[in-house]
Unconditional design. Sequence first.
Length: 745
Amino acid sequence: MIIEGPIEEIIFRNEENGYTVFLLDFKGALTTCVGKLVSANIGENLSLDGEFVNNSKYGYQFSFNSYEITLPTSLVGIERYLSSGLIKGVGPVTAKNIVNTFKEQTFDIIEMSPSSLAQVKNISIKKALEIGEKFKELKKMQNSIMFLQKYNISTNMAMKIYEIYGSNTINIVKSNPYKLVEDIDGIGFLTADKIAKSIGINPDSEFRVRAGILYTLFSSIEKTGHTYLPKPLLFSQTSSLLELNDIVLTELFENALDGLTLDKTIMKFWHDNVEIVILTKFYFYESSIAQKLAVLNFTQKIKKVEIDDEISHFEAKNKIQFHQEQKNAITTAINNGVSIITGGPGTGKTTIIKCIIEILKQQKQKFILMAPTGRASKRLSDSTNEEAKTIHRALEVAQGGASNLGKFVYNENNPLKINAVIVDEMSMVDVSLMSSLCKALPRQCKLILVGDKDQLPSVGAGNVLDDIIKSQIIPVCTLTKIFRQNNDSLIITNAHLINNGKMPVIDNSCKDFFFEEKTDLNSVKNSIIDLVTKRLPNFTKLDSTQIQVLAPLKAGVCGISNLNRILQETINPPSIKKMELVVGENIFRVGDKVMQTANNYNLVWKKMNGFIEEEGEGVFNGDIGYIIDIDFQNNETCVEFEDGRICNYPRTEISQLSLAYAITIHKSQGSEFDIVVIPIIAGAPMILTRNLIYTAVTRAKKMVVLVGEKANLKKMISNNHTIKRYTMLKDLLKNANDKIRELYE
């Protein structure tokens, strides 16, 4: 059965998959309709193919499986369609004037002879042509997205694809759907493969093998942080993905590698006695880091400056006494082009930074403090009383659309005007960000890297801090003496015990480190919910949103997905007064605590700095904030981040947010929280490791609460396994250092 009419009211809409409940004016009667729409706009005319069903909860509805966007034929319908906001630049008054002028011929005029619109009052020839272009673009976009939805591609993802391919979307996808894997962030091999099968592309096609190789390389970067793969491992994983016979695949695999090498997408060479394959951009990331560090390290080998008096002055001023290893760290940082200061919590890293800053000021050196995340930079700023910026903000994200995506204002052609850079929380800096930072450093610049080498490696690709340390090229000062701990505090003491492979002191009479024994997953879950929503807020007088759950896993009873759902229902339950938005399996409500899960260089933000409004671009992986508004009319969700930035997320970007009442321990790197609650559960030894629990415990400023079994905690602490990351930086840095020595000596 087919019914047709304009949309009168939108009752519910899931922006991720397009599922919509709306009222349609069908022959003068308002009819409730349910199904998936590319877009939902009041006044839009639809022809729906489906049937009436009797829903036990909502009554009679028209459930449709397919539809067409049709143009209204009545003058009232045409005017309403034009004034609905679908065509930018045409409001109610302009729409009325157009319809009064062209009557039933309105759409023919707009599409075939848009210049004629200049006859209408207040429409210039320029605006007339723009209206015609926007009308044509709207039709192409709707057709393209409807085509993509046939293959179960969500509305949001379809919009992303269209933004990149534009009017060529259908042709590109039909000719080579595997191109989606290369060009579109978030489109996996399986989705492209499904489209390819439906349009008859052979399973042993060159396109498919090429896409399989690239998908395997990208997956290794995203899931395990490798920057390259040994060729035999790449072949094995690609073979499993493609499900092709190894004999059949061998020749196809080599041909595809040759093609990818010729177009400079990948590079192949021998490394550590095995042939490896690396995406070209990741080779250049690591290579550029190695070359810049080698240059800074060698060319800054200046005559040693004696700073004993300056250190003594700082000690007297601050009424402290530095340990010798701390003095060595300060001296090394001042007298070298590149240096590393590493140590666990309480070893005085911040005090050392403050002393270095004072000496740089005395030397009249211009410096800048950086950290990878907003939280980390704010903590650095608060502890030093100096301005600290995120690396992204310090380098300034370049504006100007897709052509400048991921680029920075400060780079090799426009270096920072600076004498020294101090970067805190270095363990979480990946190769991409480190490469951008190195490019922006002037040749005569000190680079001081501060971090904890025993924490988890970066979420992104590479193992930057560890590789630099293991290269033995850059001076490293390791701090072991613990200073910052109160007699009745156990957080720092226990962090170091864990890091040394020992069980923490469990004394629930202390004020900041607690263990609650629970033997099954449901009990662990229930205890965590009770702690976050009732017991800890009552005990500490802190709001539930200031208590952070850090979980090892995403899935499962005590995984972040389940914990977020329950915590959201308890802390921020549904209400008639609260707007909410469904995005895939997530429900977002005004008031929800959320986290950005990917770098988005184009998202515009605004921030009040006193009475001055700042504006910029870029929201980054790990930024935490709160939803302050959901605007269905403009398809935007407004988020205010903890540093005061306010961003409006269009519907195509909302999937980059996740609930953040509970986050993974990996995502917590570089952040500190007043109270941390951690489920201690059984699981895969590859994941539940010593450095994971060590990282989680060191995220707490005031209190740690562990919930689970002590036997599982003991297993984690005893498990010193670290997943090997295939990276080249260590060897590239050694090679670059050798070349620099040959060149200068």
